[in-house]
Design a protein around this ligand. Sequence first.
Ligand code: CTP
Ligand code: MG
Length: 219
Amino acid sequence: MNFSAVIVAAGTGQRAGAGPAKQWRDLGGKPVLRWSAEALAKAGAHQIVVVIRPKDRALAEAALAGLEGCHFANGGVTRARSVASGLAALSPCDAVLIHDAARPFIPEGLIGRLLDALEGAHGAIPALPVSDTLKRQTPAGIQTTAREGLWLAQTPQAFRYQAITSAYADTSRASEVTTDDAAVVEALGGKVVIVQGDPVLMKLTYAEDFTIARALARP
Ligand code: CTP
Ligand code: MG
């Protein structure tokens, strides 16, 4: 199954505090964005569309220097709009991987497992079972929620080209608030399956997350 990738890197990283947005920060000698772009290129992505804010173009070109197959698209004000923009810039292919630039580490072998799972589904996503106890805070107090059957969704998420492009074709369907592409396919009745995720697929969200990522980036 041939595949292309969309990496969304048009966020402003508000929760990570002052300084450059997360995707442009250094991690073990190269920008955060480059880690996943290299992994996707190595796994055989035909095209890699990197969605950025137009003002970040020079940063993006420097971050991806020398990597084959990278193209740029302009991001939108929400993640969903950035994804839609990236999909619109792709040439048709069998499968599309959609990935957050803020998740630098894509483990070896994961992309192959996602593509295998896509043989019998419209979408395949890496996820981890919830291991902590879940609490819901309500005006009436705290309730404990059963964690059985609950998973934490990660990226890259793999989709059949037709399934994801038709899901995003109507941007009103791709809710402005969704942060998960599989949810857009599920909403259309598409079949999405879970593949075992990996803690190293952690998303850099807060400044403290860089401490763990720097340890993981050590050779
Ligand atoms: N993203 C994007 N376009 C947006 C918003 C987010 O391409 N309008 C991307 C981010 O660059 C990131 C990924 O989506 O790679 C996941 O989003 P998140 O971790 O929320 O990053 P930010 O939106 O940049 O951070 P924050 O929410 O803290 O501002
Ligand atoms: Mg965000």
